[in-house]
Design a protein around this ligand. Sequence first.
Ligand code: NAD
Length: 488
Amino acid sequence: TMAHSEALLVLENFIAGKFVPCSSYIDSYNPSTGDVYCRVPDSGKEEVEAAVKAAKAAFPIWSSKSPLERSQILNKLADLIEHDLEAFAQAESKDQGKTITFARTVDIPRAVYNFRFFASSILHHTTECTEMASVGCVHYTSRAPVGVAGLISPWNLPLYLLTWKIAPAIACGNTVVAKPSEMTSVTAWMMCKLLEKAGVPHGVVNVVFGTGAKAGEALVCHPDVPLISFTGSTLTAQRITEKSAPHCKRLSLELGGKNPAIVFDDADLSQCIPTTLRSSFANQGEICLCTSRIFVQRGIYSEFLKRFVAEAKKWKVGNPSDPTVDVGALISKEHLEKVRSYVKKAQAEGARVLCGEGVNSLALPTGNQKGYFMLPTVIAEVKDESSCMQEEIFGPVTCVVAFDTEDEVIERANGVKYGLAATVWSSNVGRVHRVARRLQSGLVWTNCWLIRDLNLPFGGMKASGIGREGAKDSYEFFTEVKTITIKH
Ligand code: NAD
């Protein structure tokens, strides 16, 4: 169905500082209404070729600017996005289905902060130097930008994750060709409109819109793009690894998770319950860091479950533009069906669905009847081997199970292919450190969730990724190091 009331929004690629139309387009849906409201360029080899050429041409001048000059431009861009924060938040909410509140308080402020953060951090790096007095030598390392960086991002936190790559890439002096998700391209296109005013020279940031199979793969296979920074699913990462192997490309891969929360019987439930609800259902559960397996120590299991389910039922699902709504729409019809199928599977296996999908009814406003909505869903008594406990669901579904001992819960928490984020709830400091060390997880939050210092490494183990992002980590990824020896 087509939205008749408003004209379709038509996006264009941004190449060499200019918006350029594409020969074919993809429909993009408003997840909260089910209407097509936007057309996204269906770019392929040709468009990627033009963008890489522009990025290559811009590299010599951009890479020779001082870090301070680049830093000032990044800060200006941050100011411009912040100035339009409300418009960006509205666009992100409409395009992705997330609540306006989440877009206003998380997505867009973080996109602004990504530029500010790397504008600052790029000024503070030092390289190493060693001395070998006995042979009259000093050795030092020098770092230089690599060239044209290919950046590929997912649909769950569109501008937030795209800028988390663009900011460090250009701060380090690289030029970029970015490909946002074809399902959420609008805010990247809006950002392109601000680049010139911020002082970003033509060709430094190029954005090609389109699908992964066409535009994404053309970027991954392009011989003049020596590094690819990718955030998305593990399956796509495997494909990217294969396709880039003949070129020996440098890869940064931020992938999926199956994140455990471990709740010991000495946990402060007044903190743990509201935070674990957020970690399960924030952004419709569509955050790579979302909790989807909650292990609760047996002594407090029934109390936890009772309180958790009662609170989960209070989460309001509905029109994302309503500021009182907690859960918006899922990204697509297909994704909604996939998430629902996990709940059905769990039921068929004998698990108990305590609230949400199939249990409670969902009343939607008139305009949202065809949107992709789902109630926060809590499943209990599900076996560790079940696909609901093993696979990333990426929706508002969380499983709660009981455990007895520390050793047991660590083994079970580690018993999945992923290793991205974990939360541990306990007031015993010694236990918290012990458990954190033994969890196979790139991030461990104890007695909290999602509090990040961007200085420190972010990323996953096992099938959750390769490489880390952060002040030092992104700097190392986006630069090439050289060791130089001087004999006097
Ligand atoms: P996806 O892998 O389907 O797509 C991600 C991006 O890759 C999109 O831009 C897509 O067009 C592109 N792509 C798809 N196939 C490609 C190919 N063959 N070659 C090149 N590019 C290709 O992932 P998604 O569904 O958009 O996002 C959800 C996934 O992202 C979840 O698994 C989630 O956990 C993960 N994620 C991870 C992090 C993290 O930091 N670890 C953050 C957010 C999301």
